[in-house]
Design a protein around this ligand. Structure first.
Ligand code: IMP
Ligand code: MG
Length: 185
């Protein structure tokens, strides 16, 4: 009682996250060094707000790979009558992605509907390639097939906060990732 952390259990420490993100950065560097032309830059598209911390760490872990950044912001509401989400884009891309190598950076894949919507939106604009990096792949509630190319941590279920993830806009700035013991779903 009394601890502000009492309703949360530590799941991944900042050290574990840093190690895993470092590995992902090396993988991304190795993969894109093979496909980027000398004058090309990877275009990293971050999904606001949740991805801001993961994106900042991941892009510093790609060891000097040339990277340009852009952001979208999405809000999704689950449609109770179908396995689809009503997704509203409240901030669009600012860059042209046609012919670009695009890496979407998202905090977490849960149902997967938000990412599925975004990937459709991006594919229509004909990028040269399109891949996805997520900090956490949470599988229990997945409703659609969505290809995740770079995954930090996999877990079945649980409502997570910290490292960009929020509960009602709280806890995004925690350095570790916690599982909420109450609330959430
Ligand atoms: P979905 O994959 O369409 O269900 O939506 C994923 C979005 O829901 C993520 O981008 C998060 O913003 C949010 N979300 C899903 N699971 C969690 C969680 O455990 N903690 C915080 N936000 C979550
Ligand atoms: Mg999100």
């Amino acid at each position: 009682m009394g601890s502000r952390m009492s309703n949360k259990t530590l799941l991944y420490t900042a050290e574990q996250i840093a190690a895993r993100v470092g590995q992902l950065g090396s993988d991304i560097k190795a993969d894109y060094e093979k496909i980027l032309d000398p004058e090309e830059q990877l275009l990293a598209v971050g999904v606001l707000n949740g991805a801001f911390i993961f994106m900042a760490d991941l892009l510093r872990a790609v060891g000097g790979l040339p990277v340009e950044v852009d952001f979208v912001r999405l809000s999704s509401y689950q449609d109770r009558d179908s396995s689809s989400a009503e997704v509203v884009m409240t901030k669009n891309l600012e860059k042209e992605i046609k012919g670009r190598h695009v890496l979407v950076i998202e905090d977490i894949a849960d149902c997967g509907l938000t990412l599925a919507w975004l990937l459709e939106f991006l594919k229509k604009r004909r990028p040269a390639s399109l891949k996805v990096a997520v900090a956490v792949d949470k599988r229990a509630r997945r409703e659609t097939v969505v290809g995740l190319d770079y995954v930090g941590f996999k877990l079945e279920d649980g409502f997570l906060v910290g490292y960009g993830l929020d509960y009602a806009e709280r806890y995004r700035n925690l350095a570790d990732i916690y599982q909420m013991e109450t609330g959430g779903h």
